[in-house]
Design a protein around this ligand. Structure first.
Ligand code: UD1
Length: 417
């Protein structure tokens, strides 16, 4: 297993190019199951989670070829209907096959994902939505077993705006008979991107990006081509890398509106952030101010940036409160940040972060994807060497992080452990 070694203290400088969004490409890949034939997806990031989704689709009978950043998903021979535990347990997003399989094959057997490093992560909203669309759904030996004839449009009101359940429902409803209305839908850009792909396939999805999405079901969808949107969480992570090192960097090839909440927060902290059409210029300062943050669904501050923001707050002047409202216990990075000298106290879903002065390098362990990004960021400013083990977590969602950070003049390398 590899580890990442960082010698902290360098100000980052230069430009970094953002890749395609992990959370956008995964549902687009499963949406290909809604039709038979070859769909083409461009700007696909080179990530472990994309490899896992390829394995899920290949397990169902799809053929996938790749040239550079373009993949072709051929669903002509798809006959399977199962997403097995071995794959779902490494990537919850495998549950995105549920809606497309029900709509196209009429049955799906999808492993329950179980908990994750940050506590229970239920799929009740996905199950209820499929039920509302007319599927028979049972839980059997740790699997969701769902069967349906032609799904029927319905009105579905989510008790909370779940990204995964909104995506699954949009996909299933695209081939249902009649109209579906999703109320209290997730508004994340990845949902809008999925709706765009479904419409390119001949679907009729309106209102994505707002809290009410209307889907007029169609009899058949056709293969389509799409370019994956830039990854707003990767962009936000590099913005914080610029800020935390008092650096001067350009985050290139991103959508500034998608990271508005992060931009606003960084400006409040005293970071200079200027945006153009697809670039963000970040200039840090030696004196970052502490500012409270509360995670919330888009367009609020993303939970997927909470750990990285906390890394920044450990070196900011003052005390701040970071409240996690989306997931319980999403604080596995805290004990590791403390090993680097951070002053953090946890009370329920709230972290109180004090000014640590200077962090000092230490061996730490990546515990999940975004937690590991926070450790990289803290390592960039910690005195001496930080060794981060279990980097497979980072590789799930950050393409070549050590190369991109080195390109910004960070002293970072990947070494075999
Ligand atoms: C997606 C993202 C993940 C991000 C999260 C929140 C992907 C592949 N992953 O995850 O990176 O952190 O959105 O922005 O896009 N919930 C239920 N029942 C359900 C489903 C969700 O109670 O059936 C709850 C969750 O526990 C959580 C909230 O709804 O409290 C939001 O979760 P959700 O938006 O569904 O997250 P994911 O789609 O799993």
């Amino acid at each position: 297993m590899d580890k990442i070694v960082i010698k902290g203290g360098r100000k980052l400088k230069g430009s970094v190019r953002i890749g395609g969004a992990k959370n956008a490409v995964l549902p687009v890949m499963t949406a290909c199951l809604l039709t038979r034939g070859v769909s083409v997806i461009r700007n696909v990031p080179n990530l472990a989670d994309v490899m896992t989704m390829k394995a899920v689709l290949e397990g169902l009978g799809a053929r996938i070829s790749q040239r550079g950043r373009t993949i072709r998903v051929d669903t002509t021979s798809v006959e399977g209907h199962e997403a097995p535990y071995e794959l779902v347990r490494t990537m919850r997003a495998s549950a995105y096959v549920l809606g497309p399989l029900l709509a196209s094959v009429g049955k799906a057997r999808v492993s329950l994902p179980g908990g994750c490093a940050w506590g229970p992560r239920p799929v009740d909203l996905h199950i209820r939505a499929m039920h509302e669309l007319g599927a028979k759904v049972e839980i059997d030996h740790g699997y969701i077993m769902a069967t349906a004839g032609r799904l029927k449009g319905s009105t579905i009101r989510f008790s909370m705006p779940s990204v995964g359940a909104t995506g699954n429902t949009m996909m299933a409803a695209s081939r249902a008979k009649g109209k579906t209305v999703i109320a209290n839908a997730a508004r994340e850009p990845e949902i809008t991107a999925l709706a765009d792909f479904l419409n390119r396939m001949g679907g009729k999805v309106r209102g994505a990006g707002t809290e009410t999405i209307e889907i007029e079901g169609v009899d058949a969808l056709s293969p389509a081509e799409v370019k994956v949107i830039p990854d707003r969480i990767e962009a936000g992570t590099y913005m914080i890398a610029g800020a935390i090192t008092a650096g001067d960097i350009v985050v290139d090839n991103c959508v500034p509106e998608h990271v508005d909440a992060i931009t606003r927060k960084l400006r409040q902290c005293g970071v200079t952030v200027e945006t153009t059409r697809n670039r963000i210029h970040v200039k840090g300062s030696r004196k970052i101010q502490s500012v409270d943050v509360l995670t919330s669904p888009f367009p609020g501050f993303p939970t997927d940036m909470q750990a990285q923001y906390m890394a920044l707050m450990t070196v900011a002047r003052g005390v701040c409160v970071i409240s996690e409202t989306i997931f319980k216990d999403r604080f596995t990075h805290v004990p590791e940040l403390r090993r680097l000298g951070a002053d953090i106290k946890i009370e329920g879903n709230t972290a109180h972060v004090g000014y640590a002065g200077k962090l000092s390098g230490a061996p730490v362990m990546a515990t999940d994807l975004r937690a590991s990004a926070a450790l990289v960021l803290a390592g960039l400013v910690a005195a001496g060497e930080t060794h981060i083990s279990r980097v497979y977590h980072i590789d799930r969602g950050y393409e070549a992080i050590e190369e991109k950070m080195s390109g910004l003049r960070a002293d970072i390398s990947r070494v075999p452990e």
